[in-house]
Design a protein around this ligand. Sequence first.
Ligand SMILES: [Zn+2]
Length: 164
Amino acid sequence: MSYVANVRITPKFKEEGLEGYGTIQYVDLPQGNIKIVNDFFKKYMVKIDDVPWVGKKWMHKAMVQPLMDALRYIEHKCGYDDVYEYIEDLSIYCPRHIWRKASKPLSMHAYGLAFDVNAWENMPGDTWTIPDEIVDVFKNFGFKWGGDFKKPDAMHFELKLKTG
Ligand SMILES: [Zn+2]
C-alpha cells in the first residue's frame, strides 16, 4: 500500500501567521476521521489528570492554561451548587474533519484546541443547557463560542489563536 502518497498536510495555521500550534500530516479514514502520521501528537498534546469534574483529558498544550483557569473560575467564583449539571463531560481531542466531511478542513478538535460541553444535550438547534454566565467565562478566558457561529454549535468552544 502506498501510504506516503496519501498524506495530506494542513497548512492553515502557518498561512494565517499562527506559529506554535503545530502542523498535522494525516491520511483520511472513513467517516471524516483521520490518522495523524507525523509527530504532532507527541510534540503538542498533553494529558491532564485533574480537569475539574471530568478527570483525565488529552489537549493541546496551548489550551491547558486557559481551560484550567476558566474551569477553576467557574468552580470558585460562579457559585453553582452543582456545576456538574452543566459540565458533565468535555469532549476535546478527536482526530477528524469539520462535520466529519473529508472536503472540510480539519476540526479544531483534531488539534486538541476545542472542547464540546455535554454534547448529548447541546446538539445544533435552538436550545442548549449551558448558562450564559458560563459561556461568558469561557469567552473571557480566550475562547470563541460555537453559539456565535453562522451555523450555531452551542456545545463547541475553541481557543482563539494568537499570531506571532
Ligand atoms: Zn466541537
